[in-house]
Each structure stands twice: as structure tokens, then as C-alpha cells.
Design a protein around this ligand. Structure first.
Ligand SMILES: [Zn+2]
Length: 65
């Protein structure tokens, strides 16, 4: 299996109501990303070297939890 080849993955989560941003760091997500990345490259003849993902939603507090 192809090892994580220096391609960077950054996943952020933005709280839409309190407007703060946190970074999400997960080995599982990195693996999922690698699969997605390889598939996208193969199917579209691309060379990807950077990914920046911004998830947007509400934190526990803003959800009323
Ligand atoms: Zn919030």
C-alpha cells in the first residue's frame, strides 16, 4: 500500500455561530483522504499536492447542548 506521500491534508472545522475555527487531526481521515486523492488523480489525470477542507457547522454549545 502506498504510504502517505508528503501530500498535506488540512481539515478545519468552522463554528458558524461563534466564528471560531479548530483543526481536526485524524489518522483515519488521512487514510480516507489518500483513497479519495488517488481515485481523483487516476480518474481525472491530476497531480494533487495539497488539500484544504473546511467543514462548517455548530459547536455543542451553540446547538444548545
Ligand atoms: Zn459555538
Amino acid at each position: 500500500m502506498k504510504i502517505f506521500s508528503g501530500k498535506t491534508l488540512r481539515i478545519h472545522f468552522k463554528y458558524s455561530s461563534c466564528n471560531s475555527i479548530i483543526d481536526i487531526d485524524s489518522k483515519d481521515l488521512s487514510l480516507e483522504y489518500l483513497i479519495l486523492n488517488n481515485k481523483s488523480e487516476k480518474e481525472n489525470d491530476l497531480l494533487m499536492f495539497d488539500t484544504d477542507i473546511m467543514l462548517v457547522g455548530l459547536c455543542k454549545k451553540c446547538r444548545g447542548g
